[in-house]
Design a protein around this ligand. Structure first.
Ligand code: ZN
Length: 302
């Protein structure tokens, strides 16, 4: 790899671990509907990196990930995930950018989004799902992190709190720079501890937006509740599969409650109709079982 990446490549992983998505949420004030603040919110890149620079940074992060992770080469699996992801993205709160969906061959249960439409899902998560609606709920959540600019917010917040003078104003000055420049700037941000994990509110917002993605594409919204129940069960019986950061978070049962309440209050009946499955999903599940990760211990590296 180029020498200029070597000082911060490792920090990408640290930062991405910090950005792990399926973190559980604790209700801070049970008397309030935690989703109310997200209703009618509109999103744009105003105040953040431009969409062009965001995509460039996302591509730069992706290049680093390709060196660190084992990406699945199975064409059928990749195109299935891409197709499902694109359908959800096209009905999301941010339909007008290019999305990229990738499958990482890793037994741990995880999915994450970075910047500029880049979404990743572990085979371990695929293996844990029992329906296409559940899987779609995960992708909807990740797409929603991108729609709500959570990665961009992390970058911006890092600039704000960093005392490293060279990093201040990156967002304003980045337009027109080359991809290499932005990669170096991103490396500096990450090396400075920049890309922190999402706030609990950001995770709630991704759950909220993702639920509506699911509903708009015609999936049974109960799939999202079921997914949280699966994560909760795995957390109880086999926490190693959730990784150290996920283990340190509150149980997913609270996210299930939020989702159930939203369905009951705003999408009544959507958990009784809609699609749950497809023949393709079952076929894909069988392929996941044949991948090398199915025979390896969980972890970022074998
Ligand atoms: Zn998340």
């Amino acid at each position: 790899m180029p020498a200029r990446f070597s000082t911060w490549q490792r920090n990408f992983l640290i930062a991405l671990l910090g950005a792990l998505c399926f973190t559980a949420l604790a209700a801070e004030n049970p008397a309030e509907n935690p989703y109310d603040k997200f209703r009618n919110r509109s999103y744009s890149n105003r105040g953040y990196l431009s969409e062009e620079d965001e995509a460039r940074l996302g591509a730069e992060v992706h290049e680093q990930l390709r060196k660190q992770q084992r990406f699945v080469a199975d064409t059928a699996l990749n195109s299935y995930i891409d197709n499902l992801g694109q359908r959800l993205a096209s009905r999301s709160a941010r339909p007008n950018i290019r999305y990229h969906f990738f499958v990482i061959d890793d037994k741990s249960i995880n999915a994450f989004a970075t910047l500029g439409g880049y979404v990743y899902i572990h085979t371990g998560l695929l293996a844990a799902t029992q329906s296409e609606a559940q899987l779609a709920s995960v992708l909807g959540h990740e797409i929603s992190h991108i729609a709500a600019r959570h990665g961009l917010e992390n970058v911006k917040r890092a600039q704000k709190y960093s005392l490293i003078a060279g990093l201040i104003g990156v967002a304003a000055g980045a337009a027109g720079r080359t991809a290499g420049n932005i990669g170096e700037l991103a490396g500096g941000l990450i090396a400075g501890g920049a890309l922190m994990k999402h706030s609990r509110d950001a995770e709630r917002e991704a759950d909220y937006l993702g639920l509506y993605d699911l509903q708009r594409v015609g999936y049974n919204t109960g799939g999202m509740v079921e997914m949280f129940e699966i994560l909760n069960r795995v957390g109880g019986s086999n926490p190693d599969l959730l990784g150290p950061i996920l283990r340190s978070h509150p149980p997913a049962s609270e996210r299930a409650v939020n989702t159930r309440n939203e369905i009951a209050g705003y999408l009544p009946g959507s958990d009784r109709g809609g699609n749950n499955n497809s023949q393709e999903f079952q076929r894909i599940k069988a392929r996941v079982g044949d991948l090398p990760s199915a025979r390896r211990r969980p972890g970022l590296r074998p």
